[in-house]
Design a protein around this ligand. Structure first.
Ligand SMILES: [Zn+2]
Length: 158
């Protein structure tokens, strides 16, 4: 089985800091682990902003920043829908702890993005959680949430 992938987005990359276009700087090897614990080799591009000069890594959305396992594995542990995760117990506990600590921040970023795109105010006194709404849509919610975070330029917070 070939577990090597070259990651290259077909969309034009835009700097999350200033909105200008990005150019390819170089690429780096990275690996991640799937639900069976198999190692997947990735070649990931680093992009440099033509305007502000910041470097952004072109992470595919199944990759979680700073985490070894792919998003669907982490999501299944957070949702407690798996009984056969190859990660160690301490790693799984860290994921749950990370999510517990980050959930309100992630929700805040989702709400800010929603407000930006829809121009509709979200009532503050109603306990609406966009993160929970996203989770209710079923598998793939963590990938979708992380895509918003990365696009908003907020993922280095985690
Ligand atoms: Zn920029």
């Amino acid at each position: 089985m070939n577990n090597k992938f070259f990651i290259r987005s077909k969309e034009e990359a835009i700097c999350p800091c200033c909105g200008e276009s990005l150019m390819v700087k170089d690429s780096r090897n990275r690996h991640c682990l799937n639900g069976k614990g198999d190692r997947i080799e990735l070649r990931i591009r680093r992009l440099k902003c033509r305007s502000c000069g910041k470097i952004h890594t072109e992470l595919p959305d199944f990759i979680q920043p700073f985490k070894r396992y792919i998003a669907s594995v982490i999501e299944a542990v957070i949702d407690q829908t798996t009984t056969s995760c190859p990660a160690e117990g301490s790693t799984m506990r860290r994921w749950k702890q990370w999510f517990g600590q980050s959930a309100s921040t992630i929700n805040g970023i989702l709400m800010a993005a929603s407000l930006f795109f829809t121009r509709e105010a979200i009532p503050l006194m109603v306990p609406t959680s966009l993160l929970q709404t996203l989770r209710d849509t079923g598998s793939g919610w963590l990938k979708k949430a992380m895509r918003q975070l990365v696009n908003s330029g907020n993922w280095p917070l985690f």
